[in-house]
Design a protein around this ligand. Structure first.
Ligand code: ING
Length: 311
């Protein structure tokens, strides 16, 4: 008996600085409506889905910076999304900038939540691989200041039992690191959800720009195949404040095959029927971790941060 999940990858086109959250939520509600029409059980929204990708700017005024963060989730602006999803019995992944207080101090994370069809928040994630830089680098056409505005996530990569399967989450740059998928793979993950905001241009290595979509697919297809899991990667894309973000939102099977992919760089729902049991033949044979892995030889992966070459 196949364990089918009908997934809607809800790609968002650009969000400009002046686009308020209400306007963005209305766009998301439209995608959710389309997902309902397609019988989706799960909708995946992008990273930082409620605002423009603000780490592209150097900001010093904390009030201005904090205007891009959510201090509660659901919030007044996002409550309609939670309500509509619950009414439609659809679960969803939402990426947002989280500002919270612990131990008497403010903490800021690039976060995502996994909401079950009944409206309960069943999973939380805070981005661990923060790309870019922490100081102002005016030589760049635009900044990528995630290391300035966010703390490294403190929740690890969890896997949660919901919607009849095992679901995990990560965010954007995480998808480029094999460790991300493997930590979830070692928890039996059957579907990895990942939102992203990926500028086409990366100032330190412009020669990579033309390979952006290739690299985007390469890492998600690898992560899927090497862990026998579905990967649903969803972009916020298009020209945001003059900066092009790539689209190519993709639904990728445990075989590594791209089952469905966005065609535009705008709001676009990409739908696929995903049989969670398709990963079984990979987990039980070629990637049977318990039979084939040799962790005693992997020590360097955990103990060493940067590469150290032999003399
Ligand atoms: N964005 C990018 C990503 O990893 C980046 C960082 C930009 C990588 C440009 C390569 C080129 O997809 C985020 N938000 O992590």
């Amino acid at each position: 008996m196949a364990r089918m999940v009908i997934v809607g990858a809800a790609q968002l086109g650009p969000i400009q600085r002046t686009d308020d959250r209400g306007r963005v939520v209305r766009r998301m509600l439209e995608l959710l409506h389309q997902a309902k029409q397609h019988g989706c059980n799960l909708v995946v929204f992008p990273e930082l889905a409620l605002t423009t990708f603000f780490p592209r700017w150097w900001m010093e005024d904390q009030g201005e910076i904090d205007s891009f963060f959510e201090t509660s989730m659901p919030s007044n602006e996002t409550a309609p999304l939670f309500e509509a999803a619950k009414q439609a019995n659809i679960g969803f992944y939402l990426g947002f900038a989280e500002k919270t207080r612990t131990g008497g101090r403010a903490r800021r994370f690039n976060a995502s939540i996994l909401v079950a069809p009944d409206g309960a928040i069943v999973g939380r994630y805070r981005k661990i691989h923060l790309p870019g830089h922490g100081e102002h680098e005016p030589w760049r056409a635009f900044q990528h200041l995630e290391k300035r505005y966010f703390e490294v996530g403190d929740l690890g990569w969890g896997v949660w039992r919901t919607m009849g399967g095992l679901f995990g989450m990560c965010i954007c740059n995480d998808r480029r690191w094999p460790e991300t998928y493997r930590v979830m793979g070692l928890q039996g993950v059957e579907m990895v959800l990942v939102g992203y905001n990926t500028p086409r241009h990366n100032p330190p290595s412009p020669e990579h720009d033309r390979l952006s979509e290739f690299h985007n697919q390469l890492v998600m297809q690898s992560g899927a195949y090497q862990n026998g899991a579905w990967v649903v990667g969803v972009a916020k894309c298009g020209i945001e404040e003059g900066c092009e973000l790539i689209g190519a939102s993709s639904i990728i099977a445990p075989s590594g095959q791209v089952v469905a992919q966005a065609l535009t760089q705008d709001d676009e729902l990409v739908v696929a029927r995903c049989d969670l049991d398709l990963g079984r033949s990979y987990k039980e044979n070629i990637f049977n971790f318990a039979v084939h892995r040799q962790p005693e030889h992997y020590r360097l992966i955990v103990e060493r941060k940067g590469a150290v070459e032999p003399r």
